[in-house]
Design a protein around this ligand. Structure first.
Ligand code: ADP
Ligand code: MG
Length: 290
């Protein structure tokens, strides 16, 4: 039998958009030492706008953007939407791609006019051993922009700087959690510079940048190995293994079905403040039972 206060609380929770799928996990929410948030679309809006295009080869800025948009039109990633929208806003002629594929956590690839074109993360470029001679992309990243590189064949042809914004609600969520003595951390596939700038803006206790999708769960395990009871908050397919690894997995937003299936709690309203609400409600519920 479910104790009455718990039943009442889960009903109350559901009414405010907190879907508790696992009651034991909800009980653990009062003992949390740390919460790890996914960055894009969780702490930030996940809506990127093109800030600047830096040509790095023999193509002009518009050509670089059009080439990137050819690939990104096929992707659902928030970065992809930003690039495609940037090309549309500038009225560019976007070529037709063939053999499109996703490089999870790293970018996208396709054939355009007989060449292999990739739009990828700084980490991917680094792993290829390609030196970026121009300092502008790094400077844009240091200012908090998300930078992706455009490669045609083996050649770097440009960089695109995009800006996302930190959600208004994130700051309050972090403040409330920290007031409960819970450490707040962030996990992202994005660069160190962007991660640092978001972490500073929100006053986060720690962050992990350039984390590939298959390493997200490992990061959660490492936080657990510090002896901490940890929750993970994420929205994407990439986050599912990390949600499962955490002591408490929280899916935010409608998200993907995979994230929802892997979560103990689903935040229907996509509001990071509801993470604080879960911790507060769990504490209040189980305190009453003692
Ligand atoms: P996040 O932690 O922001 O959800 P992802 O794992 O989805 O990160 O992506 C990590 C990084 O991989 C991005 O910051 C970007 O550099 C690169 N990337 C992923 N998808 C794309 C894409 N469609 N176009 C360009 N770059 C991408
Ligand atoms: Mg994400």
């Amino acid at each position: 039998a479910v104790p009455l206060v718990v039943a009442v609380s889960t009903t109350k929770a559901a009414a405010s958009g907190l879907l508790i799928r696992d009651r034991a996990a909800f009980e653990r929410a009062r003992d949390l030492d740390a919460i790890v948030f996914d960055k894009t679309g969780t702490l930030t809006e996940g809506r990127f706008g093109v800030r600047e295009v830096v040509p790095l080869g023999d193509l002009g800025a518009d050509e670089v953007l059009a080439l990137a948009a050819a690939l990104e039109g096929q992707s659902e990633h928030p970065i992809a939407r930003g690039v495609a929208e940037g090309a549309r806003a500038r009225g560019l002629d976007v070529p037709q791609p063939r053999d499109f594929r996703n490089l999870p956590g790293e970018g996208v690839e396709a054939q355009v006019d007989g060449a292999t074109v990739r739009v990828v993360s700084p980490g991917h470029v680094e792993r290829l051993g390609i030196e970026v001679a121009d300092e502008r992309p790094e400077r844009l990243a240091a200012e908090g922009s998300t930078v992706v590189y455009v490669l045609r064949g083996e050649d770097l042809v440009g960089a695109i700087a995009l800006a996302d914004i930190v959600r208004e609600e994130s700051r309050e969520a972090i403040d409330r959690l920290k007031a409960m003595g819970i450490q707040c951390m962030m996990l992202t596939g994005d660069s160190k510079e962007v991660a640092r700038s978001v972490a500073n803006e929100l006053g986060l206790d720690d962050y992990f940048a350039q984390v590939l999708p298959d390493q997200k769960a490992t990061r959660i395990r490492q936080v657990k190995e510090r002896g901490l009871t940890v929750a993970m908050v994420g929205d994407g397919v990439n986050d599912a293994p990390a949600l499962v690894e955490a002591d408490l997995g929280i899916a935010i937003g409608a998200g993907t079905d995979v994230a929802v299936e892997s979560a103990d709690i689903v935040l229907v309203n996509s509001d990071p403040r509801d993470v604080a609400a879960v911790a507060e409600l769990s504490a209040a519920t189980y305190r009453k039972m003692l």
